[in-house]
Ligand binder design. Structure first.
Ligand code: C2O
Ligand code: CU
Length: 463
């Protein structure tokens, strides 16, 4: 064979300890190279560790979360899911994470909240893993309403799967007290599907006529289909952003991306309403209109590409400052010396993947393309992105902002965002074993320098 296998093997090795910012190759997306002088020993710029919330402001919500490992399961303040953190928009949330006994160390990532970079909770990228007996204080302002969640970002494919997560809900200033506001977390422990940690059907008392806001958080590795029986429903929000002009639907399901959230709105009918989650768990409100029979999964799904009414987005993606490709494939090769069929990004196997470079203020467009044979729920930290089109077909419904986007195999998406949150941000697949198999890149601001490292003598293993 003409391919220099030994060289390929050596080239694939991940150094013992490494600085994420120096991995792979810089991709400037056709934009400027900023103020970076482009070698490792340049320390000009802002360090990741310094990108924090302003220090003088007192906390509006203050929580301590103590995490523990027992018999391979993880709990937060003694339960899994952990407690739901509830705040009002504009609040400064302060969370003290205490690691009681998790030997691998742990962190908390605020999925969907665009926190200052040093509060993002990614071990080896934005902080060091918090070791047993240690603590770490997260401080950030929640500047938008919506449904979010938190989870470990240290050995995350194991810690999240086995329970280290919870919900974070940000209320508006004046929530409507007439609305029954309920959050549910979907999670499979081992092979056991649960709703808020319980299998089967959960019954909730509700009088007919009561409006409901149901916040669905998918903490699993794969997408879940949700459907409502007995009532028409609307999709009020996706990934913490309210949709514009959502229309009522019946007989259709809605898919919730792995890591994603949807808020559903409906009114409890006289016979009650039933919400099914992937056919494994269910919630009934004011009775079960199916009479306890298996509810049929709908044949059709809501397509968010044309759901709701268009309105201004404040983002003009017509002339972006940077345009990047994020092409996901799969091929034979070596990942850290191990042979296999590995995920590729623009043809490269981790760690030789692109580092997407941006300047603050840039309008950025990504062309995501999945030719890998499996779906990938893609998640960019620190930013919300606007879906422009799928397979060349433009979005025509409500502005569709996401932090987690399910990209089916064979599909391509154009997405856009404004680079308005300086830092070093992970951009990875939220099917967490895929991330551990190298489906990870980073978005880096040109004048930011890294503060942490991964592997080797550090305890940091974010995936
Ligand atoms: Cu939900 Cu990189 O995370
Ligand atoms: Cu994936």
């Amino acid at each position: 064979m003409a391919v220099p296998i030994a060289w390929m093997w050596e080239n694939s090795l991940v150094p013992d300890t490494y600085d994420m910012a120096t991995m792979g190759y810089h991709d400037y997306g056709g934009g400027s190279h900023g103020h970076r002088h482009d070698h490792q020993h340049d320390h000009a710029g802002t360090a990741v560790a310094d990108l924090v919330e302003e220090s003088g402001r007192p906390a509006d919500v203050s929580v301590t979360l103590t995490v523990r490992r027992q018999d391979g399961r993880y709990t937060v303040n003694g339960t899994s899911p952990g407690p739901t953190i509830r705040a009002t928009v504009g609040d400064l949330v302060q969370v003290r994470l205490v690691n009681e006994n998790i030997g691998d160390g742990t962190t908390l990532h605020w999925h969907g909240v665009d926190v200052p970079n040093a509060m993002d909770g990614v071990a080896g990228v934005t902080q060091d893993a918090v070791m047993p007996g240690d603590d770490f204080v997260y401080r950030f302002v929640v500047d938008r309403v919506g449904t979010y969640w938190y989870h470990s970002h240290q050995v995350s494919h194991e810690q999240v799967r086995n329970g280290l997560f919870g919900a974070l809900v940000v209320d508006p200033e004046d929530p409507d007290p007439a609305v029954l506001d309920r959050t549910v977390l979907l999670h499979e422990y081992g092979t056991r599907a649960t709703l808020d940690g319980r299998p089967g059907t959960t019954a909730v008392d509700a009088l007919p006529g009561r409006p409901v806001r149901l916040r669905v958080v998918n903490t699993d590795n794969v997408a879940q289909t949700v459907w409502v029986t007995g009532a028409a429903y609307e999709v009020w929000a996706v990934d913490g952003t309210d949709l514009n002009g959502p229309e009522p639907v019946t007989g259709k399901g809605i898919e919730v991306t792995a890591g994603g959230r949807v808020d559903l709105g409906f009114v409890v009918p006289p016979g009650g309403a039933r919400v099914d989650f992937g056919g494994t768990t269910a919630l009934t409100l004011g009775g079960d209109p199916s009479g306890g029979r298996e509810a049929e999964p709908p044949g059709e799904l809501i397509d968010l590409l044309d759901y709701g009414e268009p309105t201004g987005t404040g983002l003009d993606a017509g002339h972006p400052d940077r345009e990047f490709d994020y092409r996901i494939g799969r091929r034979l090769g070596f990942l850290d010396g191990r042979p296999g069929r590995w995920w590729t990004i623009n043809g490269h196997i981790f760690p030789n993947v692109p580092m997407y470079m941006v300047d603050e203020g840039d309008v950025v467009v990504f062309h995501i393309d999945n030719g890998s044979g499996e779906p990938h729920p893609m998640h960019l930290h620190g930013h919300h992105v606007l879906v422009l089109s799928r397979n060349g077909e433009p979005a025509t419904g409500s502005p569709w902002w996401v932090d987690s986007l399910d990209v089916a195999t064979g599909d391509s998406y154009d997405i856009a965002f404004v680079a308005d949150n300086p830092g070093l941000w992970m951009d990875h697949c939220h099917n967490l074993p895929h991330a551990a198999e190298g489906l990870v890149t980073h978005l880096m601001y040109t004048d930011v320098t890294s503060s942490f490292s991964i592997g080797g003598r550090t305890d940091n293993h974010p995936e």
